[in-house]
Write a protein that binds this ligand. Structure first.
Ligand code: S3P
Length: 182
C-alpha cells in the first residue's frame, strides 16, 4: 500500500515545511481554522520551553540545543492527529526529523516559493533570524535545503503573490484530492 493509501480516511497531523519567509505560520493558522484543527507554531513551543526568544536560545545555548528541543517538540506533535504544525525552516532538513514525521504517519506539506520571492520577503522583514546573515548566504542555504523540502508528502507550488488565505485553500485542496482530509 502506498503512503497516501495509508493515510486515507484518517486524520493525521499536518506539518508545514519550507524556507524562512515562506509563510508557514500564517498559512498554518489558516489551514487549521479551515479544518477545525489546533494550530501549533513549533518555534513558539521552543521559545516557551526556554523562556527565551529564538536569537537568545541560539546565543545562550547554541544551535545544537535549539535543534534538540526542536526535535522533541516535533515528535510530541507528530503523535497527535488533530494539529496543524508550522515548523521552522531547518526542521525538515534533518533526516531524523523527517523519519519521525513519516513513521508516525503525519503529513508534510512543502510551501514551495521561488528564491526571488523569498529574498524579497526576507529583506522586508526585519526580524532577527539567526540563520539569515544576508541574501547571498541565505540563497546558498536555500539551495542546500531544497532537496530536503522536496521530500515532503505534498508540494504546493506558489509564486509568492498569493495571500495566506489563498495558500491555505490550495493546501486544503491538495489534501482533499488525496483523500487525506474530508
Ligand atoms: C530557522 C528558521 C526559523 C527558526 C530558527 C531556525 C532555520 O524559523 O526555526 O531561527 O534554520 O531556517 P522560520 O522558518 O519560521 O523563520
Amino acid at each position: 500500500m502506498t503512503a497516501l493509501g495509508d493515510t486515507m480516511d484518517q486524520m493525521r497531523s499536518i506539518f508545514l515545511v519550507g524556507f524562512m519567509g515562506a509563510g508557514k505560520s500564517s498559512v498554518g493558522a489558516a489551514v487549521a481554522r479551515k479544518l477545525g484543527l489546533r494550530f501549533v507554531d513549533l518555534d513558539d513551543e521552543i521559545q516557551a520551553r526556554f523562556d527565551a526568544t529564538i536569537p537568545e536560545i541560539f546565543e545562550r545555548h547554541g544551535e545544537p540545543a535549539f535543534r534538540s528541543a526542536e526535535r522533541e517538540e516535533l515528535a510530541r506533535f507528530a503523535d497527535l492527529d488533530d494539529v496543524v504544525v508550522a515548523t521552522g525552516g531547518g526542521a525538515f532538513c534533518s533526516e531524523g526529523n523527517r523519519e519521525i514525521i513519516r513513521r508516525r504517519g503525519a503529513l508534510s506539506v512543502f510551501l514551495d516559493l521561488p528564491w526571488p520571492a523569498l529574498r524579497r520577503r526576507l529583506a522586508r522583514d526585519n526580524r532577527d533570524r539567526p540563520k539569515y546573515a544576508d541574501a547571498d548566504q541565505a540563497e546558498q542555504l536555500f539551495d542546500e535545503r531544497l532537496p530536503d523540502y522536496r521530500r515532503a508528502s505534498f508540494i504546493v507550488t506558489l509564486d509568492g503573490a498569493e495571500s495566506s488565505e489563498e495558500v491555505a485553500v490550495r493546501v486544503v485542496e491538495e489534501l482533499e484530492e488525496a483523500s487525506c482530509v474530508t
